[in-house]
Design a protein around this ligand. Structure first.
Ligand code: PLP
Length: 379
């Protein structure tokens, strides 16, 4: 256990739990009465800290969670998360005993997965949701394979609590993509209807994740699986977000200034000498680098950080543990000053940093490093 004073010594993540709660309330406003939020807390809750986020969500009434792996599920359960925990991805057959032991819910990937479970010796029935593939062509039994899907429902080893699918272009405003999403919805609805008509109990049904929820808001299934928007950020600046709810970022990324110095015309900064001073400048070193999850490829892209209510550009190459900024225009910069690299302002938003590094917020957040402490912002 680290000494408390060390928690903010170098680089850290600050979590605003009030924003998380507000986001949940905001999302609930557009859901039908019967629709519940399944909070997606995979990949360490998109870098926010899974226990921190799940505990707060449970405190404010969320009863359903989704993770990607059995290990993520076990971690939540061992730390006293009581709600339903759905594993969205594949679990090895040898590990399905843990799904039962820790009272988790497994996604049945497809017909073949279900068939292999038939021959396993399990202590009890396996709680599960059945995944239908409606056109993403990742996991899920194909929606046309009604006979195979029916056989999954007849598998005596399974305790089927739900049925779901996943949309793949619900964040797009391109007409063709909207048509495709509508087609996926139709395939899903028809498949569910046929199953019900044939007497199968599909359990809780769900289709939408964040963008499916805001852009196809007329649907009302039992759950929406909320990931990125619950954390208060868009996947990217270009994401089609019809509802534009008043969501607020939950995470900020901070570090400290460790050194301030003057450089002169033609002096270079950092590895590769990619930055050359045109004039006399005041620069500062900051204790955060790409090993902490700030991508090296945002070097020399005009990335801004915030210091004492001013914006300062990152200059030269980002190193593994440190980076440099130009603070020529900021008065009284000192060692120990806090630098905000990701925050609520547009200039330093996750979307902006992600865009400059050629990726989406989801990737940037989920890769924020293991060295960072997660600290709750004081109210
Ligand atoms: C990750 C994931 C989600 C959450 O997606 P967001 O776009 O972040 O809301 C939902 N469903 C499945 C199957 C996922 O893998």
């Amino acid at each position: 256990m680290k000494n408390i004073s060390l928690l903010k010594d170098r680089a850290w993540i600050e979590i605003d739990l009030r924003n998380l709660e507000d986001n949940i309330q905001e999302i609930k406003k557009i859901l039908s009465k019967k629709t519940k939020i399944m909070a997606v807390v995979k990949a360490n809750a998109y870098g926010h800290g899974d226990l921190l986020i799940a505990k707060e969500l449970e405190r404010i009434g969320i009863e359903d969670f989704a993770v990607a792996t059995v290990e993520e599920g076990i971690k939540l359960r061992k730390n006293n998360i009581k709600g339903n925990i759905l594993i969205l991805g594949f679990t090895n057959f040898e590990d399905l005993k843990y799904v039962i032991e820790y009272d988790l819910i497994q996604t049945i990937i497809d017909y073949n997965y279900s068939e292999k479970i038939k021959v396993l010796e399990l202590k009890s029935k396996l709680k599960c949701h059945i995944k239908i593939d409606t056109g993403m062509n990742r996991i899920g039994e194909k929606y046309e394979e009604l006979e195979k899907i029916s056989k999954i429902y007849e598998n005596k080893k399974l305790n089927i609590l739900g049925t779901f699918s996943h949309l793949c272009v619900s964040d797009s405003s391109v007409a063709e993509d909207i048509e495709f999403t509508k087609e996926q919805i139709k395939r899903f609805d028809e498949c569910i209807k046929k199953l019900k008509d044939n007497g199968y109990d599909t359990g809780k049904i769900h289709l939408q994740s964040s963008y499916g929820t805001v852009n196809y808001n007329n649907l009302c299934y039992d759950y929406v699986r909320m990931g990125i928007l619950m954390y208060g950020v868009d996947s990217s600046i270009e994401s089609y977000n019809l509802k534009r709810l008043n969501l607020k970022p939950v995470l900020s990324l901070k570090a400290r200034i460790t050194s301030v110095k003057k450089i002169y015309k033609n002096d270079s900064v950092s590895y590769g000498r990619t930055y050359i001073a045109k004039n006399k400048q005041k620069i500062a070193s900051v204790s955060i680098g790409y090993a902490d999850g700030l991508p090296r490829n945002v070097s020399n892209k005009g990335l801004l950080v915030k210091v004492k209510d001013n914006y300062a550009p990152v200059i030269g190459r980002i190193c593994m543990d440190q980076l440099s900024i130009d603070v020529s225009n900021i008065k009284e910069v000192e060692v120990g000053d806090i630098v905000t690299l990701i925050g609520i302002e547009k200039e330093i938003s996750v979307e902006e940093v992600a865009s400059k590094s050629g990726t989406i917020s989801n990737e940037l957040l989920s890769r924020l490093g293991y060295r960072l402490n997660r600290i709750i912002k004081e109210k």
